[in-house]
Write a protein that binds this ligand. Structure first.
Ligand code: NAX
Length: 324
């Protein structure tokens, strides 16, 4: 007997990231090859026509697991019965727009979406916010959904995590799966802290395999500013790598992993991170849940770097206080 189809919502479905994400999702890369899905594509009214074109191409791909494709500009119906939501759609930063303007413009998208999730999502709802500023957008959505367990709201730090792995692998001359226990603490912004303190390759500490000066002066800023570097070289922002990271995040959340990965989750107050802030932390995934890696002894250097993103996220939260 086949499983009944899960409803999966993707917002910003006419955009660049969705154009990669939808194909991986439809191929079964999140739930696996035995789980049919019903796709719902949520867009703004002006982009509904383009979304119809995306749906036509999805249909032309004849994916065996896709039972239906619905297109809507109505959040309430989109999230009704949803088991999974990729919140990718967001407003880009316009000319002359301050960061606080961007925060409140995007905040206004995530309040109604959080409310719609609260009103109608399925009991097993999992939310990943990709649209920037992702951590604070996730906080807004979570606060707008008081009846849904807070840990169902996450923001994407997996792209930062994958970037850290690939930079380390290149430097050390190994493959990314050889590297264990890397984490990117904090905000999806330049205050993030790619941390190799616990990282190992074949059981050997990474701190013994790379220079401290390379780590501090090249690795940390390069990972934190990689999005800008991609824009400079490619002429457009990261899209396929962001989609791939979103798939990694959701697949691990559903299917589990004992390897450390980074997910931004509402903090439980550990490691000096204010409770409730949606913050990139080291996790494993078991029984369909992310579990924080506990008991790490932090150095003063780590605490300082972790505090920088805490302060930034507190400022972002203050800028959207009227939405919380
Ligand atoms: P695009 O501008 O190509 O697409 C965004 C889409 O969202 C547009 O089609 C737009 O119509 C739609 N949209 C806007 N408001 C909406 C709403 N209220 N409901 C539904 N859809 C809505 O951007 P894309 O390159 O796909 O990037 C999407 C978001 O991901 C951006 O905010 C971007 O900054 C963010 N990113 C986040 C990353 C992360 O690691 N967290 C990395 C990649 C990316 O920069």
């Amino acid at each position: 007997m086949t499983n009944s189809a899960k409803k999966v919502v993707v917002t910003g479905a006419a955009g660049n990231i969705a154009y990669s994400l939808l194909w991986r999702l439809a191929a079964g890369d999140v739930y696996g090859k035995d789980q049919p899905i019903k796709l719902t594509l949520l867009e703004v009214p002006e982009a509904v026509k383009a979304t119809e074109g995306v749906a036509m191409e999805l249909n032309d791909s004849a994916f065996p697991l896709v039972r239906s494709i619905e297109i809507t500009d109505d959040a309430t119906s989109a999230f009704d019965g949803a088991s999974m939501a990729f919140l990718v759609g967001a407003q880009p930063r316009g000319k002359g727009m301050e960061r606080s303007d961007l925060l409140s413009a995007n905040g206004k998208i995530f309040v109604p979406q959080g409310q719609a999730i609260n009103a109608g999502a399925a009991d097993d709802i999992r939310v990943l916010v990709v649209g920037n500023p992702a951590n604070t957008n996730a906080l807004i959505a979570q606060q707008s959904a008081p009846d849904v367990p807070a840990e169902r709201f996450t923001a994407m730090m997996r792209l930062d995590h994958n970037r850290a792995l690939s930079q380390l692998a290149e430097k050390i001359g190994c493959s990314t799966p050889d590297i264990e226990n890397v984490v990117v603490w904090g905000n999806h912004s330049s205050t993030q802290f790619p941390d190799i303190s616990c990282a190992t390759v074949d059981g050997k500490p990474v701190t013994e395999l790379v220079d401290r000066s390379w780590y501090l002066d090249e690795f940390i800023p390069r990972v934190a500013k990689r999005g800008g570097e991609i824009i400079q070289v490619r002429g457009k922002s990261s899209a396929a790598s962001a989609a791939s990271a979103a798939i990694d995040h959701m697949r691990d959340w559903v299917q589990g992993t004992e390897r450390w990965i980074t997910a931004a989750l509402p903090s439980d107050g550990s490691y000096g991170i204010e409770k409730g802030l949606v913050y990139g932390q080291p996790v494993v995934a078991r029984d369909g849940k992310f579990e924080l890696v506990e008991g790490l002894e932090l150095t003063d250097f780590q605490r300082e770097r972790i505090a920088a993103s805490v302060a930034e996220l507190q400022e972002e939260r203050a800028a959207v206080a009227d939405l919380l």
